[in-house]
Design a protein around this ligand. Structure first.
Ligand SMILES: Nc1ncnc2c1ncn2[C@@H]1O[C@H](COP(=O)(O)OP(=O)(O)O)[C@@H](O)[C@H]1O
Ligand SMILES: [Mg+2]
Length: 291
């Protein structure tokens, strides 16, 4: 396995490395070892992520749940290279092709308001100077898969919240990144839209089998979408439990939720999460409700 430093790693800081997959190499896509993230605050050092170690295999839909403020976004930002770890390491195995390292989908709008749906979805490919014919095929495909073909010439302000999130999803998949990072992408949507988007995401993901790291507050959403779920503790954020989600794919959201096994798994995960949510609430109250 060839290992090389990504340029954004600064001297003296722990390495965020990229490895290139070799024939016969193991299928680990994201390797996280003893990851710690601390912030300097006016009250001293604040540990947001505390000693997390994880191996995420290629093609896994991996979800992180945990109470508010436990370090989920911080962990994702480190995977995206937007934040530097304080100690420990993150290694992402590259496929050897000219793909972007990652694409992110956030809760809020991350679309360019002055660009049409088409141009937003094509943005990453254009930046990489992908041939025009390929852009036409790929963007056309993902707009079709997200039901956006009719809206290709619309601007973000002309779309509902659900449609805008569809554009973000189309753009992320069109980019064909090594890994896809999603931070509560559906949490601002109403229940019906959320269910539709979960189904669409599952359909597209099943076609592509991208390695996804997904963050959600919703245990239902985690169980619906994931192969595996990490439950994090309240601050400082550690791995409390890793849970396999055994349900067959392809999954149909509504049918899945009607199964007794589904309810049992949601209940089990809540068993792990309940104390952490309570703990996070106490921490917030101690801070005087700030946050
Ligand atoms: N740049 C920063 N400086 C200081 N503290 C931060 C910074 N970024 C995040 N935090 C703190 O780290 C903790 C984890 O934040 P975050 O990862 O956003 O939590 P989550 O996504 O689980 O809600 C929070 O208490 C947050 O206030
Ligand atoms: Mg967050």
């Amino acid at each position: 396995m060839i290992t090389s430093s990504i340029p954004r790693t600064v001297a003296g800081a722990p390495a965020m490395t990229a490895a290139t997959a070799q024939p016969g190499a193991d299928a680990c896509k994201i390797g996280i070892k003893n990851l710690v993230k601390q912030f300097q605050t006016k009250d001293g050092v604040f540990t947001a992520v505390d000693n997390v170690s994880l191996d995420i295999p290629s093609g896994e839909f991996f979800t992180i749940v945990g109470p508010s403020g436990c370090g989920k976004t911080t962990l994702l930002r480190i995977l995206a290279g937007l934040e530097q770890a304080s100690s420990g390491s993150v290694e992402i195995t590259r496929s050897g092709q000219q793909r972007p390292a990652n694409s992110m989908v956030f809760q809020g709008d991350s679309l360019f308001p002055w660009m049409t749906v088409w141009d937003n979805a094509a943005y990453g490919l254009k930046m990489r100077k992908v041939p025009a014919a390929e852009i036409r095929d790929v963007v056309g495909h993902y707009l079709e898969r997200t039901g956006l073909t009719r809206f290709r010439n619309a601007y973000p302000h002309q779309l509902s919240g659900g449609m805008r999130q569809r554009v973000s999803i189309a753009r992320a998949f069109a980019n064909d990144p090594e890994i896809l990072l999603m931070d509560e992408p559906f949490s601002a949507l109403d229940e019906q839209n959320k269910t539709l988007l979960q189904e669409e995401l599952l359909r597209i993901w099943e076609e592509t089998k991208k390695t996804v790291v997904f963050i959600t507050h919703s245990v239902d959403e985690a169980v619906t979408l994931s192969d595996r779920i990490m439950i994090m503790t309240a601050h400082p954020g550690r791995c409390k439990a890793l849970i396999d989600v055994p349900f067959e794919r392809p999954r149909r959201v509504i049918e899945l939720r009607s199964q007794a096994e589904y309810g049992e798994l949601v209940y089990r995960i809540w068993g792990y999460l309940r104390d952490e949510v309570q703990q996070a609430k106490c921490q917030e109250e101690k801070k005087g409700g700030v946050k």
